[in-house]
Ligand binder design. Structure first.
Ligand code: C2E
Ligand code: CA
Ligand code: CA
Length: 700
């Protein structure tokens, strides 16, 4: 729960006023009481003196009566006139007291029977039983008669004359034996102590003035005293709105000065810390948006920029990705700083030679630059790509290392369906990937590329599951000896029947697998199946029938391939000389030295090595001399043409000749007709693998 706020200033003033009140009451009340008591005492003296004077008067009169100088009645009337004034026509007296008994004081006298023998208004009345009009009900007359015997004071409450109010009265009574009167002088206490009340009222007035002065004075003084604290509070309030204003130092030198100085010091160090934090934040922001190496904006900025263009419906633009080929290789061969030079130089060149006004250039990732190029024709863009690539090639060629730097470039024509940076980047990335796998320099994004990408993704997804569910299995195609027509060996070929996709041909899935680790899993599976099947193959054909297994480049180049295949052969007890490992030319393009080492080790262990698909792609006869082989398979694409194309036939002849020169066996692949069989035979081929003899089949 929140405590009610009580400001310090109010508390201090309250406290001081409280002290003042206590002090004043402490002084005022006793002095009032004291003054009243003294005044009343004085009053009593007056009253008793008055009564003694009256008795004196009576005694003198009594002597005169005794002497016969005056009658008793006259004497008594004289006394009454002297004491309370002569009798008027209505029987009352004027209250001309010879002694000041206050405004309403007077003399009176009772006889012992309780009658008023002297009274300003009710002379002759019987008052013996009169009581006070308050709750005490004192028998006034009887008391006064009693006290009067010896003379004494008596106070009681009685009405003020002509008023309904009751006031305290003081009286002195004394019995006078000559006439048997009890003389009483009575007066209201207030008549005597009025000055006490006046003094008290004055004191109260002075007191109120003191309080007012005290209030004003304390207020000012406290304001001044608390000023440093208020100043700190103000400064703290400003701190809330991020303003650092120091508190004002007080002129006095006391603990408050220490407080303000301390606070200001704290503020200074806070400001210092905040400033360094702000600088750090600025730097971080810069890092988050600016690529340090190239000084170009980074992906975050490109993202925001493209989103803004989309929101503004600026669709007339191309989004271009430029990828420095083999930057990793460049880094590892020539050093990171050279790689950095390349990036810097490309960045600089891009900035200096923008394809069109308003082009936005960023460094997207390590070796990728992204450009948003507005209002440009595709022709102009392609021309720019061509000249820029040429420039870069040259620029680096003249460097210390004479490095040839190449680029892969993809571009997307933006249209209204492009509603996010993410989707545009995806298109550009897919196209870039497409270009890389096909070794193209520049690729424009098309929906077909996207479909292919999607298809590949779906295939990969199902392949992974399919491998675990054993959806893959081998079929075998025979390799026939051209002279004896006998089956010399078989080639194992993978088949995939997918639960979800149905039958998928190896022509479709193998190239996709080859780009990923999926090919490793598949090859392992195939090796197991084939070696397991070997016994059956022996019983189907002959004991030393050979079995060919396709080994993908990735699998072949994997670190433990040689030991792996050796262990497997041993595990299934298949003689190594019956296993032919089919490798392709792409392997030779890798690290030839390592390939040779592996090939030699494998051949040493008894395995046979076959070079697959010879005559397709980049095939060069020179490959044949680079490694030691056992067999070369002439690609179906060459065989296809030998019936109709003489030059193909001549080529076949020379290829077979070279193969034989090296002492390798030659296999003609994809032979479908008798005519082809004849030509292949004439060319001197050793073996034929083709539909003419047999199709790949499941082993039963
Ligand atoms: P490849 O290694 O060149 O295999 C020969 C391909 O030619 C096989 O296609 C075979 O069915 C086909 N073929 C053989 N004779 C004829 C013919 O007379 N006419 C026609 N039209 N085709 C013929 P397949 O089985 O579709 O395999 C295609 C390619 O897939 C293979 O070419 C091979 O590169 C790859 N492949 C198949 N299985 C595996 C495997 O287990 N591992 C690896 N790494 N690759 C495999
Ligand atoms: Ca093959
Ligand atoms: Ca082949």
């Amino acid at each position: 729960m929140d405590k009610k706020r009580a400001p310090l200033k109010r508390k201090l003033i309250g406290y001081i006023i409280f002290l003042l009140i206590i002090a004043n009451i402490g002084l005022g009340i006793p002095s009032y009481l004291l003054a009243r008591e003294e005044l009343e005492k004085k009053g009593q003296v007056i009253l008793s003196n008055a009564v003694h004077m009256a008795i004196n008067e009576i005694e003198i009169m009594a002597l005169n009566v005794e002497a016969g100088a005056i009658t008793l009645e006259d004497a008594q009337e004289r006394v009454k006139s002297t004491l309370i004034g002569p009798e008027t026509a209505d029987g009352k007296r004027l209250l001309n007291t010879p002694i000041d008994l206050g405004d309403n004081g007077y003399f009176l006298a009772y006889n012992d029977q309780g009658y008023e023998v002297m009274h300003p208004t009710i002379e002759g009345d019987y008052v013996y039983d009169v009581v006070t009009p308050d709750s005490k009900q004192k028998l006034i007359v009887q008391e006064q008669l009693r006290i009067g015997r010896t003379g004494g004071f008596f106070d009681y409450n009685w009405y003020y004359p002509n008023k309904d109010e009751i006031g305290r009265k003081l009286s002195y009574a004394k019995y006078e034996p000559n006439w048997g009167w009890t003389i009483v002088a009575t007066a209201y206490a207030s008549d005597f102590n009025e000055s006490a009340i006046r003094i008290t009222t004055l004191m109260a007035g002075i007191f109120i003035l003191t309080v007012i002065f005290a209030f004003i004075f304390t207020n000012n003084y406290i304001n001044q005293l608390l000023q440093p604290i208020f100043s700190i509070i103000d400064s703290m309030k400003l701190l809330n709105v991020n303003k650092m204003i120091k508190a004002k130092e007080p002129s006095q030198n006391d603990e408050l000065l220490d407080l303000v100085t301390g606070y200001n010091l704290m503020l200074e160090s806070l400001e210092h810390n905040m400033n360094s934090l702000k600088n750090r934040e600025k730097e971080l922001k810069k890092l988050a948006y600016i690529d340090e190496l190239s000084g170009l904006p980074n992906m975050n900025i490109m993202d925001q920029y493209v989103e803004r263009q989309i929101r503004k419906n600026n669709f007339s633009a191309y989004f271009v990705l430029i990828d420095i080929k083999e930057l990793k290789t460049i880094n590892s061969m020539y050093g990171l700083s050279f790689g950095d030079d390349v990036i810097r130089s490309v960045s600089k060149n891009l900035q200096e030679h923008m394809p069109s006004k308003g082009s936005f250039i960023t460094r997207l990732t390590g070796n990728e630059f992204a450009l948003w190029i507005p209002s440009i024709e595709e022709k102009t863009l392609l021309k720019w790509i061509e000249t820029t690539s040429d420039y870069w090639n040259q620029a680096f060629y003249t460097k210390r290392f004479e490095v040839h730097v190449d680029f892969t470039i993809s571009y997307v024509e933006i249209n209204e369906e492009d509603q996010s940076f993410e989707s545009i980047l995806q298109k550009a990335n897919i196209s870039l990937q497409y270009a890389k796998t096909r070794e193209l320099d520049t690729v424009r994004y098309t929906p077909e590329i996207f479909q292919e990408f999607e298809h590949e993704s779906v295939l990969k997804l199902h392949a992974e599951k399919g491998l675990n569910k054993n959806e893959f299995y081998p079929v075998y195609q025979e390799k026939v000896d051209i002279h004896t027509d006998k089956v010399h060996g078989v080639e194992a070929l993978a088949r995939w029947h997918s639960d979800k996709l149905g039958h998928v041909s190896p022509g479709e899935f193998i190239p996709i697998f080859n780009k990923t680790k999926l090919i490793l899993d598949l090859t392992e599976k195939m090796i197991d199946y084939v070696l397991f099947d070997y016994e059956k193959l022996m019983s189907k054909y002959q004991p030393d029938v050979t079995v060919s297994i396709n080994i993908s480049p990735l699998f072949f180049m994997s670190e433990h391939f040689v030991s792996y295949i050796l262990e497997k052969a041993a595990e299934y007890k298949v003689p190594t000389h019956c296993i032919i490992l089919e490798i392709t030319e792409d392997v030779l393009m890798d690290n030839l030295e390592l390939v040779n080492k592996k090939v030699n080790a494998l051949r040493q262990a008894g395995f046979k090595i076959s070079l697959d698909d010879f005559g397709s792609g980049y095939s060069s006869l020179s490959y044949l001399q680079k490694i030691a082989l056992d067999e070369v398979k002439i690609d179906k694409s060459l065989i296809d043409d030998i019936v109709t194309d003489d030059s193909a036939q001549r080529m076949l002849h020379s290829i077979v000749e070279v193969i034989q020169n090296w002492g390798y066996k030659s296999v003609a692949e994809g032979v479908e007709t008798l005519e082809q069989v004849q030509i292949v035979k004439n060319a001197g081929c050793n073996l034929i693998q083709g539909y003419y003899y047999s199709k790949p089949e499941k082993l039963i």
